[in-house]
Ligand binder design. Sequence first.
Ligand code: AMP
Ligand code: TRP
Length: 312
Amino acid sequence: MSKRLLTGLQPSGNLHLGNYFGALKPFVDLYGDYDSHLMVVDYHALTTIKDATVLRSNIVDVVKDYLAAGVDPNKVILFKQSDVPEHTELAWIFECLVSVSFLELAHAYKDKLAKGLEANAGLFNYPMLMAADILLYDTDVVPVGKDQQQHVEYAREAANKFNLAYGETFVEPKEMILEGVGVVPGTDGAKMSKSYKNTIPLFGSKDEIAKAVMGIVTDSSGERPENVYAIHKLFKSDDELASLYEANKGSYKILKEALIEDIETLIAPMRDRRADITDDAVRDILRAGAEKARARAGAKMEEVRRKVGVTI
Ligand code: AMP
Ligand code: TRP
């Protein structure tokens, strides 16, 4: 039997090239080798998104993004967290097993406090909902970015605590850190990130991509425009780029135009595929996925309820 894999997607809107090379592409290259579950974590998103219209459209968008990037809904259980109430149910049981001081060590919570902000209780309990996400499906591997490593440790700890208290029930999952191509730099050379406003949109129009590329910061001191080259490397080998950059030394505009074309060659087919996916198709896929996920999660929860003593 193939090993079980599960990961969660934040419905956070507009993806950029960093997300593609750091998360979408590595996932698409990997999931077919496992019994895979891909879940939109809409209840996790409620810890930050307070606008129903935004949340609704972000959920649909992230599903379209993954389908366009190459996820085949027939080869993965694709669903959203809120459609499977067993997630929040199991989270409660874990919350009754772990201590407040243990949850206080979570980076996401500590960072919020360090910024002088008040964390909501949902954010505080976030790691236990994520533990439930993972453990409900007897997940072996959890592909995530490095920032999520601690959360997978929390899931192992929750499994451990439950198994100790009630007997062997949950598999201890392992993180699989998605390195992708490492850190994708933005138009200013720093890590590409929405919060730095240095992104190149993944599914933007050609004009939007061109505008972002033309805005890549260059200086005339070096041999070649390093910020352009660093992004170009994601699309072409060093060998291919060597002759292009040699032939166009100093012609930054030509090099940027070449980069725009190379981005377009990769993106255009995905963008076209994405445009053909209707909101109704997304709803149908999520509904079918939720049915499969509930069959698995429901069976697991029956065992859990029996073990903790609420089934009489
Ligand atoms: P974020 O919404 O910024 O948390 O990004 C979601 C995921 O995309 C992360 O877990 C990373 O795996 C990936 N990612 C985001 N930005 C970059 C980047 N600049 N380079 C590589 N991967 C990235
Ligand atoms: N916390 C993850 C993130 O911010 C999302 C997530 C929720 C997740 N549940 C999960 C990831 C379960 C992997 C497995 O990216």
